[in-house]
Design a protein around this ligand. Structure first.
Ligand code: COA
Length: 158
């Protein structure tokens, strides 16, 4: 992916740690504004589960000591296509105060690089809005499949 000329200077993409969880939860409120907030006491245990999954990596983008974006990659082994690995990207969100400045492109570049470095034959994601779809297409993703979802009773989704 090309570097964006709009890129905010002095940003760092790094793997998230437990101390980032409150900032990540705040970003998720922007991702799904009408969703119920995850209680902090539950978030700690959930983070331990996520962090102990060897195929799963949550990244954050930091600027001036502040977490301004997050996204994650899940790499899975596959028996299809001759055997190998494939990746799914999820929960990509940039703080609304920092959008349109190349942060999303920078974060996605790191996620896709990790998939390529792991030898994934495919990297896929699901866009929950037309606008997000335009963003992903701008980065080279192609709209190839339909996504079907079913939510448990009491849960809403896009
Ligand atoms: C979608 C999102 C992650 C984009 O992040 P961003 O930092 O604003 O994006 P960038 O500034 O890095 O943009 C990268 C490229 O995508 C384009 N782009 C970004 N958002 C776009 C949109 N909504 N429609 C069309 N193009 C878009 C930019 O113009 C830019 O193109 P260029 O560099 O080739 O000129 C951000 O808007 C966001 O967090 N939205 C809310 C959460 C969300 O929808 N996440 C996706 C969940 S499926």
């Amino acid at each position: 992916m090309k570097a964006s000329p709009e890129q905010l200077p002095s940003t760092t993409v790094r793997e998230a740690n437990a101390g980032d969880v409150p900032a990540i939860l705040a970003l998720y409120q922007q991702l799904v504004p009408d969703a119920e907030a995850t209680p902090p006491e539950e978030a700690c245990g959930l983070w331990t589960l996520i962090d102990s999954d060897p195929g799963r990596t949550v990244l954050v983008v930091e600027h001036a000591g502040r977490v301004i974006a997050t996204g994650e990659i899940h790499i899975r082994a596959a028996l299809t296509r001759g055997g190998g690995h494939h990746a799914t990207l999820d929960n990509v969100v940039v703080d609304q105060a920092y959008r349109g400045r190349g942060i999303g492109r920078q974060l996605m570049g790191d996620l896709v690089h990790r998939a390529e470095a792991a030898g994934c034959f495919r990297t896929q994601l699901s866009a929950d809005s037309e606008s997000a779809g335009h963003f992903y297409e701008r980065l080279g993703f192609r709209h190839l499949a339909r996504t079907y979802k079913i939510y448990a009773p009491g849960h809403r989704g896009a």
